[in-house]
Design a protein around this ligand. Sequence first.
Ligand code: ADP
Ligand code: TRP
Length: 322
Amino acid sequence: MARILSGIQPSGTLHIGNYFAMMRPMIRFQAEHELFCFIVNYHALTTVDDGGALRANTLEAAMDFLALGLDPERAHFWVQGDVPEVAELTWILACQTSLGLLERSHSYKDKIAKGITPSCGLFTYPVLMAADILLYQANIIPVGRDQKQHVEITRDIAERFNNVYGETFTLPEPLINDDIAVIPGIDGQKMSKSYDNTINIFEDEKALKKKVMKIVTDSTPVESPKNPETCNVFNLYRLFAPADRVENLRDRYAKGGTGYGEVKKELVELIWEFFRPYRERRAELAKDPGAVRGILAAGAEKTRAVASVTLREARKKVGLNY
Ligand code: ADP
Ligand code: TRP
């Protein structure tokens, strides 16, 4: 039994890229492993400066997880900021982290290239993520490919700390499903809350249709053969359709005579039906936000019990317990 941990930022509404890359695999793990799943609102502060939006998105993300099947009795399920031990460990780790290690972060460089004015928080983001992982002594971290380097940075920080102070932290491994490493958004770039190109998990029907119809395709005429590998519509279709339907679409692409518009209509139907049972449960949860807050409070309490053991150990090692 492994200890599996991953988090998601409440920096917007959760989308189907988040679902297939992170949420579904995490929810599946809860049956056989020790699962630590959380909503990283401290991380979201690096890009969100609207308190109301952060509050709303945090609660909505929790409802999404619960509706999709996360079981708070089995798993540790909490909001990052409800376990403030992580902030203290971040500081302890920051003092063992070289500037150069953080300067090599692709995610930091990408965000700056996109015009975000960097704060100290954004620069320190990987140290907070290392604290998230090391505080719980997690060994497997399921993430999308964009997060692989952050897990490597975590290992570097843990190794350095263990070398200086003696064996303290478990070295984690990233777990990346190559099949769904990058899910395209409606513009063909990586689907991301920050690019305004998402299809959300619990989209209403009209918005879903509108977004799917907007998915960018090439200009191959209806009668010509099409390349499924480079087609954004196909790449989303294969996530929702059963294998035989995916193969059938592959043949139709090869033969020609199937237009993108027709496939998009099928895709709307597939997505809508795929999330139907979860949508009903999601609507129930939305009626009682107080109950969801209660679940999160209990989750934080259960998680703090684990966090405090590691933090006590780290404080002792560095000499904060005089
Ligand atoms: P976003 O880019 O939408 O803000 P996050 O950074 O919160 O998403 O990512 C949460 C998890 O979902 C991470 O493990 C990330 O790798 C994964 N993920 C997000 N978008 C995609 C995508 N388009 N394809 C594959 N994985 C994704
Ligand atoms: N940085 C991750 C992302 O944007 C979210 C995250 C924060 C995380 N802490 C984590 C993922 C710990 C895995 C483990 O997707």
